[in-house]
Design a protein around this ligand. Structure first.
Ligand SMILES: [Zn+2]
Ligand SMILES: [Zn+2]
Length: 295
């Protein structure tokens, strides 16, 4: 029987757990075990499992669409070769960069992606912290062009998941900067600053596997010793309940869009950059408060 590609990440769980154990051992030895919090890590693990369930379901729904585009509308025919696999990897990593960048700048996608950033910790278990709402946010749409260009849907799924698997390894404070690798790959140092909310770091380093996209498109920020990372989101979620963490930003987003008294603020609440959405929300709060005082 053929291995179902959608299960690649689950199959790698033993490897991930081995690295969690290794990181715990290293941190304990270095007196930095405080970088872990049991409640936080359990919440991350639960979010990872919920995400896997939602993701499996989403692939079931979306694969026929990828298949239809691939069968009837593909632009090229690639032979199975290392070169075509490399092109697929490059194309998917490029699209991942844009998916990730849009996820930080458009509230609709941030509502899902903020889950990944909502921990104030940074360790290997932070990588498990994913949103079960990605299918609703529309993550799958970013990989459609790959099927259209001419890559078989199963290969597309495999590369999407292998990219995520690679990213597990950059969620750690146990690894310092890695010399020349910092110029080519997403590394722990690069991804640490991505998870920081310091003004210097926020909305930078969107890389999946290759950091060349950030360097090319002007979104690279180097982690500095003089500016330690302050992990988490500007608007903290303050909960270890995985279900609440999954829906908190969706609830705020929909409530703010509903309360808005004009279409511009409604649009900003749903599709504006998160800080513009927050400004629109505070305008609406001020309006409601003035109405209450007048009543
Ligand atoms: Zn991010
Ligand atoms: Zn991350």
């Amino acid at each position: 029987m053929k291995f179902p590609v959608e299960l690649i990440l689950l199959a790698l769980v033993p490897v991930f757990l081995l690295f969690v154990a290794g990181e715990l051992w290293l941190l304990r030895r270095g007196g930095r075990i405080g970088l872990y919090d049991l409640r936080d890590s359990l919440c991350c693990a639960a979010l990872g499992l919920l995400h896997q369930g939602a993701d499996k379901l989403a692939w079931l729904l979306v694969l026929p669409l990828y298949g239809w585009i691939y069968q009837h509308h593909r632009l090229f025919q690639f032979s199975d070769s290392w070169l075509s696999f490399f092109l697929l990897f490059l194309g998917q990593d490029f699209l991942y960069y844009w998916f990730h960048r849009v996820s930080h700048r458009v509230r609709w996608l941030w509502a899902a992606h903020s889950v990944h950033h909502s921990s104030t910790r940074m360790n290997f278990t932070t990588a498990f912290r994913q949103s079960l709402m990605y299918p609703l946010a529309g993550m799958w749409a970013f990989w459609l062009p790959l099927a259209w260009v001419g890559f078989p849907p199963e290969q597309v799924v495999a590369v999407v998941l292998l990219n995520l698997a690679f990213q597990f390894f950059v969620h750690t404070q146990a690894v310092p900067k890695l010399g020349w690798l910092e110029y080519v790959f997403n590394t722990p140092s690069i991804h640490r600053s991505h998870h920081a909310k310091n003004p210097r770091y926020i909305d930078h380093n969107y890389a999946g596997v290759l950091v060349v996209w950030d360097r090319l498109f002007g979104t690279y920020a180097e982690e500095l010793d003089s500016e330690p990372c302050d992990y988490g989101t500007v608007k903290p979620v303050n909960s270890f309940n995985p279900l609440w963490v999954s829906v908190a930003e969706w609830r705020d987003m929909l409530a703010e869009a509903w309360r808005a008294d004009n279409w511009r603020d409604r649009w900003l609440a749903l599709f504006g950059p998160p800080e513009a959405a927050e400004e629109a929300a505070s305008r609406q709060r001020a309006r409601l408060q003035a109405q209450r005082q007048a009543a």
